[in-house]
Structures are given as C-alpha cells and as structure tokens.
Design a protein around this ligand. Structure first.
Ligand SMILES: *Cc1c(COP(=O)(O)O)cnc(C)c1O
Length: 376
C-alpha cells in the first residue's frame, strides 16, 4: 500500500480562512482592492511592530517595489545574500542593475558581515543590500546594519522565510529601510500566493501602492506619468491571509517543535548537524535542515532518495546564486579563504520535512529512514 505522502511544507488551513473568504464573496469585494486588503495590511504591520504595509501579489513583487523605491537604476550595483532562493535577486535584474553576491557565514548560514564589509569596500556606491534570513534564522543584524550604515547603503530585509522570527526581541523584516514577507504556498502562513512590503516610511508605502496599481495619477480619466505594475494583492487572498494570521503563533510553535525533535533524535550522531540558530534571536524554524559531516560516507542525494522511496519529500539546500548559470560572471565575495561557505552547505545539506501537520509517527518514520542511511 502506498503510504501517505509526508511533505516538506504544505499549506495548513484551519477554517478561519473560509469564513473570511465567504464574507468577501457575500460583499462581492472580489478584486485587487477591498476592506480585507486594508485590514490584512494593518494586521501584519501591527503583528510585526512596524508602521506601514502594502499587500502585493508576491514576495518577489515586494522586493521589486523596494528596489524601485530606492531608485535602483540600470548599471547600479545591489549586494545580495548568495545562499538563497533566486527570488531574492531576480528583481535586481528586472531593473538592469548588477547583482553582487555575498557569501554566508557558518554560524547562521546568513550573510557574512566580513564578506559584506569587503564587498562594500569595492562597491561603496552600491544602491542597496538585500539580506535574507535563511530558513527563518535571523542574520547578524547588528553587525550588518552597522556596516550598511557606515557605508550609507540602505538595507532591504528579505524576511520571506522568517515571518515571526525575532532578533533581540524585535521582528525580522522591521530592521531595514524596507522588509518583505511572502505568503507563497510553502511559507509559514500562506495566501496561496502573495507578499507584503513593510516600512516605517509612510510615504514610501503609499508610493508602493501607487506603483502596484499601474501608477494612476490623480485624475478622473486614466492618466499616467510613469510606468506602473499590476502587483496588488487580491481581496480574496487577503481574506485567506487574515484567517492564517490567527494560526501564525501556532505554526511557529509547531515548526520549533519539529526542529527540536530532529535535533534531539540526531544528538547522538556526529554525522549530522542541524542548521544553526542565532542565539541573539528566535527562529521560526520555517524549514529544519541538516548537514552531513565531511567523511561520513553518505551523500545528501542518498538521503533524499531514501526518503523519496518512502514517499517523503525533502530537498537540497538552495543552490548558491554565484553558482547559477544565469548569474555566471557576477561578482562574489566569500566569507573566508575557503571557496565558499554557501557551496559547502549546499553540497552537504538538505531540508527535512517540516510540515506543521506532521504527526509524531511521521517524524519517527523520517528520523528512522535518515538514521538508517548511516546504518544507525
Ligand atoms: C519564497 C521566497 C521569496 C519570494 O516569495 P514569493 O512570494 O514566492 O515571490 C523571496 N525570497 C526568499 C528567500 C524566499 O524563500
């Protein structure tokens, strides 16, 4: 008998979402505008502890708008975390700007302050730094912010994976000039697809909403003085988001419990190390990841294959951007003398099933299969 599939991270609905969506249908606000979009923005801003939020169609759109608001233009350099999903840096290329990649450091897997310092020395006129909180672990924000401030370069926080993670008690996404969240299907909460741009700069967020709705000037007729985008979030999806917000704290607890379970279950094995946390913060543990010790005699693909044979989903760590064919030739700053910290994590690492619906039995199956590959 085919066993039930165990997922990496799939949407988890609780019933509230349908109630909100029913109200959207009852009131016929089935459009990329409406009371739920406004309310969802307010609820996310309040939750994060930041002034303003603009709900958009995707986290990628939010990053693109942040770059527009910082007036990133053709030929400008934008620094970006190297170990991430391509959505972090694709919008740099939408503007024909030049991405330069900054390696991870081993202690957090996030942007290396040392590599960033060297990158800003070479590119003092960089227009922005995009800093990712990978898999929900907050980056070394104090150091990174200080380096950005000294160079006078604004930071955009890609908190797509880290909604609800905190650094020194403050929510990730609220430290930079702009922060972005994603509500894609696999994130800690989802609207199927969607994103949010947040900032304490009211005018900037108003301008983001303007750019996201085709940049319509104030006039009775349709008048445009600049190029706009169709990036606004649907009111239907905002309804889903309002429902999901009620379960964000629960999902965070469940994700943290999944991480703890893996950590305790592999504690006796020198061959396995879990992805690092940051002692200065609290991770949402969006995905629990592991690396295999060098010389353990097991490859990440062997583990992925063994899990897949049992209908269990896992996947490699993000492939670093400087190794992607599409970004070949882009400048890259490594953390230390070694080739690249990110490439090493990619070679030896994988993301384990982190779905909040995983049962105790599901977790035991996954752990048993992983241990089995090592003969334990
Ligand atoms: C998911 C993700 C995004 C993009 O979000 P979308 O809503 O899918 O556009 C950006 N950056 C990172 C690191 C992500 O994981």
């Amino acid at each position: 008998m085919e066993r039930k599939r165990i997922y990496l991270a799939s949407p988890t609905m609780h019933g509230w979402e349908q109630k909100f969506v029913q109200e959207v249908f009852d009131s016929n606000w089935v459009a990329p505008v409406g009371p739920d979009v406004n309310a969802f923005e307010k609820e996310v801003a309040e939750y994060a502890g930041i002034g303003y939020a603009a709900a958009v169609s995707a986290g990628t759109a939010a990053i693109h708008l942040a770059l527009k608001l910082l007036e990133v233009k053709e030929g400008d350099v934008v620094l970006c975390s190297d170990l991430t999903f391509s959505a972090s840096c694709n919008p740099i290329c939408y503007e024909k700007a030049v991405p330069v990649f900054v390696d991870s450091e081993p202690d957090t897997w996030d942007m290396s302050p040392d590599a960033l310092r060297r990158a800003l020395k070479k590119y003092p006129h960089a227009k922005a730094v995009i800093c990712v909180h990978l898999y929900g672990t907050p980056a070394r924000l104090d150091e990174i912010l200080a380096i950005c401030q000294e160079a006078g370069v604004p930071m955009i926080e890609d908190a797509a994976e880290s909604l609800s993670s905190t650094y020194k008690g403050k929510q990730t996404g609220t430290f930079g000039r702009f922060g972005i969240f994603s509500f894609n299907g696999n994130k800690i909460i989802t609207t199927s697809s969607g994103g949010m741009l947040v900032s304490d700069d009211r005018e900037a967020i108003e301008r983001a909403r303007f750019l996201a709705t085709q940049a319509r000037d104030v006039a009775r007729h349709y008048q445009h003085s600049q190029i706009g985008y169709n990036y606004r979030m649907s009111n239907v999806l905002a309804g889903i988001g309002r429902g999901q917000m009620k379960s964000l704290a629960l999902h965070k607890e469940q994700k943290q419990e999944i991480y703890r379970t893996y950590q305790e279950s592999f504690a006796d094995m020198e061959e396995i190390t879990m992805n690092p946390l940051n002692p200065a913060g609290e991770a949402n543990n969006w995905l629990s990841c592991m690396t295999i010790a060098p010389g353990a005699g097991v490859t990440r693909d062997q583990i992925i294959d063994a899990l897949e044979a049992e209908n269990i989903e896992s996947r490699p760590i993000w492939k670093p951007m400087h190794l992607q064919p599409v970004f070949a030739g882009c400048d890259f700053f490594s953390h230390g003398e070694a080739e690249s910290v990110g490439a090493d994590i990619f070679d030896r690492g994988l993301c384990l099933p982190s779905d909040v619906k995983n049962t105790k039995e599901d977790m035991e199956r996954v752990i048993g299969i992983v241990r089995g590959v090592f003969g334990k």
